[in-house]
Design a protein. Structure first.
Lengths: 65, 156
């Protein structure tokens, strides 16, 4: 039962992210697309390295088993 | 009917498309191969795009930082890069929710009752087709870490 709740929460978060992105692409007021946020984050020296390390970690963690 | 000649902007978009299509095709082929590897071959298959991606991303950052330093500074700092604060807050809230729930699940046991992102993705990518898609998505996300060329550095 708790496993199903865990999966449901992750699915809800994924659904919310998709909804945010779709509303941003339809240019709803107060919504910004995720690529724009990532572009803003990349301008900061610390954040760009954090994003690069996070990307590398995700790849290593999920694909190297 | 007179057809308007493409401007230099349209021509550069066409050139961009002709660069992107083979790159995407290459990533698809590489992802298919990588999803079928095991052991040391998988380590290499993951390490190579990591190293290459990092090199490309860092060199693009250096190039664009150089251009930004030469460009005249605006008299007023633009907060959040001109993005709407509410929009950024929404994404930040979602990120906090994801990390918070992941941490909550991580401390729980057994894993089947407290699934984490890792356990969910691992069970999904057990099938080669899903691992292929996941690897390709990972490569595409990595390609977005590269800073695109601004007008000042774009090839004429």
């Amino acid at each position: 039962m708790t496993g199903a709740i865990g999966v449901a929460v992750f699915a809800a978060i994924a659904g919310a992210a998709l909804a945010l992105e779709l509303t941003a692409r339809r240019r709803w007021h107060g919504h910004v697309p995720l690529p724009a946020v990532m572009r803003w984050l990349r301008r900061h020296p610390v954040m760009r390295w954090a994003l690069l390390v996070a990307w590398g970690f995700v790849g290593w963690h999920f694909f190297v088993r | 009917m007179h057809r308007a000649r493409p401007s230099h902007v349209d021509r550069s978009r066409w050139h961009e498309r002709w660069r992107v299509v083979p790159a995407v095709a290459g990533c698809l082929a590489y992802s298919w191969w990588a999803s079928g590897t095991s052991g040391r071959a998988t380590v290499l298959a993951v390490a190579c795009p990591m190293v290459l991606g990092a090199a490309v991303a860092v060199s693009s950052w250096v190039r664009e930082d150089r251009v930004r330093r030469r460009a005249p500074r605006s008299p007023r700092a633009i907060r959040l890069g001109g993005l709407q604060r509410s929009g950024v807050l929404r994404w930040a809230t979602l990120a906090v929710l994801l990390i918070g729930w992941e941490l909550r699940e991580l401390v729980g046991s057994p894993r089947i009752a407290y699934p984490t992102v890792t356990s969910l993705v691992t069970s999904m990518t057990a099938a080669r087709a899903y691992e292929f898609v996941a690897f390709f998505v990972w490569l595409m996300v990595g390609s977005r870490l590269r800073e695109p060329r601004t007008e000042q550095t774009a090839a004429p």
